[in-house]
Each structure stands twice: as structure tokens, then as C-alpha cells.
Ligand binder design. Structure first.
Ligand code: DPP
Ligand code: ZN
Length: 870
């Protein structure tokens, strides 16, 4: 099949004004009756265009036009479409289809998860339920009637408001739902099952009462409080930060265990992966609590940035996803520590998006073509897309940004928007020409920015020379938020030559040419520049900082993000030196600069413990690997372990003392002060556990057993399981026994073992694949074991003999028929083969080729493998 191209976009030939759907759910065959009010959307004087409906894997029972059943010759069907060549300008098309949701392992369309009937329609799942023009620019008003057995499916839900419900013969019942807001088919949802609900009420700023309902299986009823609270907080925040109010009387969230995505923003009826709903202090970590808050916020914020204003076509996916990630990042920042949130988001970008942008799957935030729509849900569209929105806000200023968003929501309400629509709204309210900025949406690759500084003592002038290199050659518009520090760490006024007043903090210098210089006046001594504060642009910065510069920025920079960044640079430089020493067969040593800098951090007082934990954490093996043209997997692992252990030895006293000060006080609470304390404690314990001291291992085992919360228990378990010694096996066995009834906790048990750097991990993962609790049918479980191994454990996944690659490819092939969307994700690590040494390169490539030879490869997987081999 051919790639779909943005340049081929044309408006739909037919609109659908209303959809009446009746879904009769049964254990064997489910019947779907769709009545579509169709209206021609083209000038029929120029010829009547065919009505083409999308459909996949459907058993068709009947097609009727304005009530008249059509004979087989009156329409044309193939694997993907149903076409009628002559339809009136306005007509009702009725289609009946048969489905077997219980056999649907794709988890797209209508399927069953733990007995519950549920749907996932984004991007193209609706066509697996009925024939329909399944594209986001066809928006219709839906009325949905569900019928089902009352005993097994007492709860019947769809989008919008409940219009009617009642009994039917034979122990069945029905519910009719009406959603007054026109929506694209990808936002359709239906749920039927035996569920209980947690409830609350939210009063919007204009006084509307909204019922908040979180539906779960009854054994999870005690794990809903945090989700309900997060939803209310998200609703309040969106009113305050964006002036956005909720628009229905009911907001429902349903948790299901089997789900491809994290969650889905269906209008008024979000369907969630249960990992982003369920939390109790003893089952969920601080990271889980934060992720739940963030994803509940994300799906809620979609109600405006996605649902009221959707995307015109899938090339514009970032107008809803990039924007909504940006919104959820700002929400989480407001709920906790903004600097720490920024650090975590940048780390995510560097771990997932930078490598994607540097490899064979690289694509622009708005791609020009795609082969498999499911593979467009990427870190680039989502997270780089969010960075573009953040840069736009920096460029136009917060106030114009807010007015621009209002204009965007107002102007495009009830329609599908494009990237141009979004950027134009910001251009209008700010009065700026953002034409050059659009390049960011069109071009793949992470820009490199090279900066040099020179100081002239006579004129007290400081000059920054800045050169940007972009893959395609044409310069980007890059906001550079910066400051200048004197040698004591004081902030100097940033006074551009030729400007009256100094630059406000937060205002950016704008880079728009390949190379340019900025001159600052009144700078008495050679300053240390603090560049890209708050990570003001998603670029790689090259500046020749000395260790002394970095130590200064680490301790004194007014921008917390750049304090962290300076520490990461110092750590990276140190580790890379050790890698080089190791390659050259020299003795490994830890230079004093990093020890001193970390010592200073440890004695800096603990005003912001969450920040301190981030500042003390070494860059990951993956992020370090990104710095090398050819990744030295063992070198990085050994060097990083060496630096970590050496730091622990030299700072043992300080680390122990700090760990003691971070011991728990009262019962678990999810709030910034407490999560910061726990993460700093885990960080200190992590260093101390490298000392191979039996008394520390015993203390760690005690923490694992005695903690009243999953955060402390799991951090201890992880350290034990990743360290030689029998305590690890003991703790893993105890953990499994205690939590065997909680699937989300058992996912953690699999993930920890898969990420263990111990030498026998590949064999362990192979054994765990045979464990009775393992199943490929549940995406969370598959990801917990296989993707944790492939992504979070470079040194064991990149087994010299290729066992890790073989294991991954075997499971991609198994997923080809079961769930290709997840299979495609699993194939991605193999596409990075070019970055490895020849032995690994050949083995990785050979596994990709083996997958490519598989007969009837699903489109999602074929797309990744083909690009990976190209
Ligand atoms: N469910 C996915 C998300 O919210 C796709 N829309 O990002
Ligand atoms: Zn989203």
C-alpha cells in the first residue's frame, strides 16, 4: 500500500450529520446497526462522487439506502471499503455488521478486557465496528443504544448524557446515550460490564454541577481516590490557567486492564489503561501517583485541545497531542515542583525523542507522509510537539499566548484544525510573523547549536557567537533564554549592545540565522554564560565549559534547570573520560571535581529535596550512549558503575547522614515535600548499596519489608534485585507472594527483574517468559518484561551473542497476529543498529531481516522494519 501524503488532503466528499448506533452485545455474536445521516459535501453539478465508507474485518449483514435494502450489485466492497456510486444529496445509509469482540486481540475497535466490553477507536478503530467515513474531519452527533445481558453487564456507558434506559425481555436491558457535541469517530466510546464507581461532584466556575465518575472492577474500588481527586484538580487548573470549562454534566473514566495506549480521551467517557487510574499507597509508587495525575489531566485537557477542537487530519496530530502534552506538563508543574517536572520532561525527551530523531524512524512533528497511522503516536509528535508549543509561548510571551489560545479554541470550535491554524492564532494575538517558526514543524532532526564567547576587558564587552546546524540547512527560529554569571556566581545584567534596558529574565534572544553574534556591554570580567535556561529550545548545545564553569553553574545558577544541567554535563564528561581510560587500558580514576561538586550539593541544605535527588542522579546509560557516535555499551555501563561506586565511597558519610535525615515520619501522603523526601532517600540508598556492605543490604531488606508504601518498598526491592546477594531472591519471592492478586504490582515484579544489570538477566528473562503470570495478550505485562529489558537494560539486552535481539524479534513475530500495534513498538529498539559496533550491528540487522521475511506482516510492523532496514 502507498504512503498517505499530506499534500493529497482533500475535504471529505460526504459529511455525516448524525449517527444512530445500536449495539447488541452478546457473548458470541455482537450486532451493530448504524444509521448515518449523510450529506454531500461537493458540488454535484460537477459530477456525483461515490460515497466511500471505511471498514475492516467486518461481517456485513445488510446495507440500506433511505430504508431500501441494497442488492449486492448496488455497492462495491473490498478489504477496506464499501462504496456506493449513486447516492442522493441527502440520504440515510443503514449498515448492519457482526462482530466477535471476545476474539479481538488487537485491542482496537470493540473488544473485551476481563469480561468488560470496551472500545478503542483512535486512530482507525471505528471502522472495525461499522462502515463509516473514518477520518477526523467528519464530525457527527451520536445517539447510541446499547443492549446487553443485565446480570453480566449491569453498567452500559457511551459518550454524552444518558437519555433513556430500561428492561428488555430475556434478562436483557438497554441504555441510550446522546452526545450533543459533534465529534469525529475516533472519539466514540462504549463500555459495558460489571463495574462499580467512585464518585464526586465538581462545580465549574460558571456554576455547572458535573458528576465525576470513575468505573472499575469491584476489587479495585479502594484504589480510585487519587484518580477522582486528580480529575477535580485538572478541571480547576484548566479553568484558571486556560479559562477552559467543562461542557457536559457528566465526566466518566473507565479503567480496563488490557489497553494499547495509556488512556483515551473519548468525549465524556475516557477509557484508561488501569495503570493510570488505580493507586493505593501500598500498591502504587510516587511515580505512579504522578503519572496518574498527569494522564488524567492529559485526557481531561483534550476535552478542549482535541475534542472541541480536533485535528483536521492525522498529519496534524500534534495540534492536539503536542499541545495537550504541553498543557499536562504545566499542570503537573503547578501541582509539584516546576523545576523537577522540567528536568523529568527533558530527560524523557532525551531518552526517547532525541534517539528517534537521530535514527531511521525520524520524522517531523508534522510529517509529510505516513505508512501506518498507529506508528505516528511518537515521542516526536507528542513531546517534541510540546516543546514547540513551549517555544511559541516563549517567543510571543505568556499574555499573547493565552489570548492566542482563546482565539484558537473560539475560532475552531467544533472543527478540525491544522498546525497553521494554531500558529496563526498566536501570530495574530502577538502581532508577530511566525513564518520561520513553521520550519520546526516541517523538519526532522535535533538542531545543534555551537556557542563561543569572548570577552574584551578594555571595552567591557562580551560577545557570544552562535552557529546553528540543521539537517536541511535552513536556519530555525530558536529562542535562547540566558543569563551571565560573574566568577562569584552573581547574576550580571544582560545588556545587549544598542538596547536601552537589560534583557528581562525569561525573555529570549532569538536566533534566526545560521550564524550570529550578540554583544553585551558593561561586563567587567569574563562571565560564565548560562544558556538555554529552562531548556528553552530542544537543541543540543555545544559550549566548551570548563569543570570550574560547571561547578559554578551547578552551585549558583539562578535557573534551577541549568543547575541540574551543569551537573549532568560534569557527570557526563567525567564518565566519558572513564570510558576513554577503559578503552585505552588505563587505570580508572575519579577526578576530584565531581566529588567536590557532589559534596557541595550534599551539604547545601535540603530546601528542595526532589531537586537534590535529580541533581545527584547520574545520566542514564541510554542518555550517555546518545553522546557517542558508536555506542560502547560495556564501556558506558562499567564507567558509570565505577563513577557511582567511587562517589559513594568518597561521600559515604554525607550520604548516610542524608539518608538518615530522609527517613519516613508519618503515614504516606502524596505531596511534594514527601515525594521529594522519598526520592532523595532512594537516591542516597542507591549510592550506598554500591558499597557492597552487608549491613546496608540488611537495612535495605528491612526497608523493603517494613515500608508502609510501595515507593519505599519498591526502591529497596529494585536495589536488592539489582545487586549480587541472596537478599534479592528472597525479596523477589516475598514480593510475588504478597502481590500475586494485583496485576499492576506484578508488572513491577517483572520489570525490575528485566532491568537488572546482573549477568544472568537474559536467562532470567527467558525463564520469566514461561512464568504462569506472563502473557503477551496484556500490553502492560508484555511491556513490563520485554520492553523493560530491551529499553532499560542496555548492557544485558545487547548481549554479545545476540540472545537479547533474538528474544525481542521472536516476540515481535508472535505479536504480528496478536497485537501488531504493540509488536511495532517492540521492533523499534532493533532499528537503532547503526549506532553499534559491527558484531551487534549485524546481529540486530539480521533479526530485523528475519522479521521482514515473515509472511503476511501487519502494516504497523512492516512499516517499522522497512524503515529500520532502509
Ligand atoms: N490516547 C492517546 C492520548 O491521549 C491518544 N489520543 O494521547
Ligand atoms: Zn493525548
Amino acid at each position: 500500500s502507498h504512503p498517505v501524503a499530506l499534500s493529497d488532503y482533500t475535504p471529505p466528499d460526504y459529511r455525516v450529520e448524525a449517527v444512530h448506533l445500536t449495539v447488541d452485545l452478546h457473548d458470541d455474536v455482537t450486532l451493530v446497526q448504524a444509521d448515518l445521516s449523510v450529506v454531500a459535501n461537493h458540488d454535484r453539478a460537477g459530477g456525483i462522487r461515490p460515497l466511500v465508507l471505511d471498514g475492516r474485518g467486518l461481517v456485513l449483514r445488510r446495507v440500506a439506502l433511505d430504508g431500501r435494502p441494497l442488492a449486492a450489485g448496488e455497492y462495491v466492497r473490498d478489504d477496506e471499503t464499501l462504496t456506493m456510486h449513486h447516492v442522493p444529496e441527502r440520504c440515510t445509509v443503514s449498515v448492519s455488521t457482526e462482530l466477535k469482540p471476545q476474539e479481538n486481540t488487537l485491542l482496537e475497535g470493540l473488544y473485551r478486557s476481563g469480561g468488560t466490553f470496551c472500545t478503542q477507536c483512535e486512530a482507525e478503530g471505528f471502522r472495525r465496528i461499522t462502515y463509516f467515513p473514518d477520518r477526523p474531519d467528519v464530525l457527527a452527533v451520536y445517539t447510541v443504544t446499547i443492549t446487553a445481558d443485565r446480570a453480566t453487564c449491569p453498567v452500559l456507558l457511551a459518550n454524552g448524557n444518558l437519555a433513556a434506559s430500561g428492561d428488555l425481555p430475556d434478562g436483557r436491558h438497554y441504555a441510550t446515550w446522546h452526545d450533543p457535541f459533534p465529534k469525529p469517530s475516533y472519539l466514540f466510546a462504549l463500555v459495558a460490564g460489571n463495574l462499580v464507581k467512585a464518585e464526586d461532584t465538581f462545580v465549574t466556575k460558571s456554576g455547572r454541577q458535573v458528576a465525576l465518575q470513575v468505573y472499575v472492577q469491584s476489587h479495585n474500588r479502594d484504589k480510585c481516590d487519587h484518580a477522582v481527586r486528580s480529575l477535580a484538580e485538572a478541571m480547576r487548573w484548566d479553568e484558571e490557567a486556560f479559562g477552559r470549562e467543562y461542557d457536559l454534566d457528566l465526566y466518566m473514566i473507565v479503567a480496563v486492564d488490557d489497553f494499547n495506549f495509556g488512556a483515551m480521551e473519548n468525549k465524556g467517557l475516557n477509557v484508561f489503561n488501569s495503570r493510570y487510574v488505580l493507586a493505593r499507597p501500598d500498591t502504587a509508587t510516587d511515580a505512579d501517583y504522578a503519572a496518574i495525575e498527569g494522564v488524567i489531566g492529559h485526557e481531561y485537557f483534550h476535552n478542549w485541545s482535541g475534542n472541541r477542537v480536533t485535528c483536521r487530519d492525522w498529519f496534524q496530530l500534534s495540534v492536539k497531542e503536542g499541545l495537550t502534552i504541553f498543557r499536562d506538563q504545566e499542570f503537573s508543574a503547578a501541582m509539584g515542583s516546576p523545576a523537577v517536572k522540567r528536568i523529568q520532561d527533558v530527560r524523557y525527551l532525551r531518552t526517547h525523542q532525541f534517539p528517534e530523531d537521530a535514527g531511521p524512524l525520524a520524522h517531523p512533528v508534522r510529517p509529510g507522509t505516513y505508512d501506518a497511522i498507529n506508528n505516528l503516536y511518537t515521542a516526536t509528535v507528542y513531546n517534541k510537539g510540546a516543546e514547540l508549543i513551549r517555544m511559541l509561548r516563549t517567543l510571543v510571551g505568556h499574555e499573547a499566548f493565552r489570548r492566542g489560545m482563546d482565539l484558537y479554541f473560539d475560532r475552531h470550535d467544533g472543527t478540525g484544525a491544522t498546525v497553521e491554524n494554531l500558529v496563526s492564532a498566536l501570530a495574530e494575538t502577538s502581532g508577530r510573523d511566525l513564518t520561520q517558526f513553521m520550519r520546526w514543524y516541517r523538519e526532522a532532526g535535533t538542531p545543534e547549536v555551537h556557542v563561543t564567547g569572548s570577552h574584551d576587558a578594555d571595552t567591557k564587552a562580551y560577545t557570544l557567537t552562535i552557529r546553528q546546524t540543521v539537517a536541511e540547512g535552513e536556519p530555525l527560529l530558536i529562542p535562547l533564554v540566558m543569563g551571565l554569571l560573574d566568577r562569584s556566581g552573581n547574576e550580571l545584567p544582560v545588556h545587549l549592545d544598542g538596547e536601552q534596558a537589560p534583557l528581562d529574565s525569561g525573555r529570549a534572544l532569538e536566533l534566526s540565522r545560521q550564524e550570529e553574534t550578540f554583544r553585551f556591554r558593561g561586563i567587567p570580567e569574563e562571565p560564565v554564560p548560562s544558556l538555554f535556561r529552562g531548556f528553552s529550545a530542544p537543541v543540543r548545545l555545544h559550549y566548551a565549559y570548563t569543570e570550574a564553569d560547571l561547578a559554578l553553574l551547578m552551585g549558583k545558577d539562578g535557573d534551577l534547570f541549568n543547575r541540574w544541567e551543569a551537573g549532568q554535563r560534569l557527570m557526563t564528561g567525567t564518565i566519558m573520560h572513564v570510558v576513554a581510560d577503559r578503552q585505552a587500558g588505563r587505570e580508572l580514576r575519579l577526578p576530584p571535581a565531581l566529588v567536590e561538586a557532589c559534596g557541595t550539593l550534599l551539604s547545601s541544605g535540603e530546601k528542595d529535596r526532589a531537586f537534590l535527588a535529580e541533581a545527584l542522579t547520574l545520566p542514564s546509560e541510554n542518555i550517555l550512549g546518545e553522546q557517542m557516535e558508536e555506542i560502547d555499551v560495556e564501556g558506558i555501563f562499567e564507567a558509570r558503575s565505577f563513577v557511582r561506586a567511587a562517589l559513594a565511597r568518597q561521600l559515604r558519610g554525607e550520604l548516610s547522614a542524608l539518608w538518615d535525615r530522609c527517613r519516613p515520619g508519618g503515614p504516606y501522603r502524596f505531596e511534594p515535600e514527601e515525594t521529594g523526601r522519598r526520592s532523595l532517600a532512594a537516591c542516597c540508598l542507591g549510592y550506598l548499596m554500591t558499597l557492597d556492605d552487608p549491613s546496608i543490604r540488611q537495612a535495605c531488606l528491612r526497608q523493603f519489608r517494613e515500608a508502609d508504601n510501595m515507593t519505599d518498598s519498591l526502591s529497596a526491592l529494585t536495589l536488592l534485585a539489582h545487586t549480587e546477594g541472596r537478599e534479592g531472591e528472597t525479596a523477589l519471592a516475598e514480593f510475588h507472594t504478597r502481590w500475586r492478586g494485583e496485576p499492576l504490582v506484578i508488572d513491577k515484579w517483572f520489570a525490575i527483574q528485566a532491568a537488572s544489570p546482573l549477568p544472568d538477566t537474559l536467562a532470567r528473562v527467558q525463564r520469566l517468559l514461561e512464568h504462569p503470570d506472563f502473557t503477551l495478550a496484556n500490553p502492560n505485562r508484555a511491556r513490563a518484561l520485554i520492553l523493560s529489558f530491551a529499553v532499560n537494560n542496555p548492557v544485558r539486552f545487547h548481549d554479545q551473542a545476540g540472545g537479547g535481539y533474538r528474544l525481542l524479534a521472536d516476540h515481535v513475530i508472535k505479536l504480528n497476529s496478536l497485537n501488531p500495534m504493540i509488536g511495532a513498538r517492540m521492533a523499534e529498539p532493533l532499528t537503532r543498529w547503526r549506532r553499534h559496533e559491527p558484531n551487534r550491528r549485524e546481529r540486530m540487522k539480521a533479526e530485523l531481516e528475519r522479521i521482514a521475511r515473515e509472511p503476511s506482516l501487519a502494516r504497523d510492523i512492516r512499516d517499522v522494519v522497512t524503515k529500520g532496514l532502509a
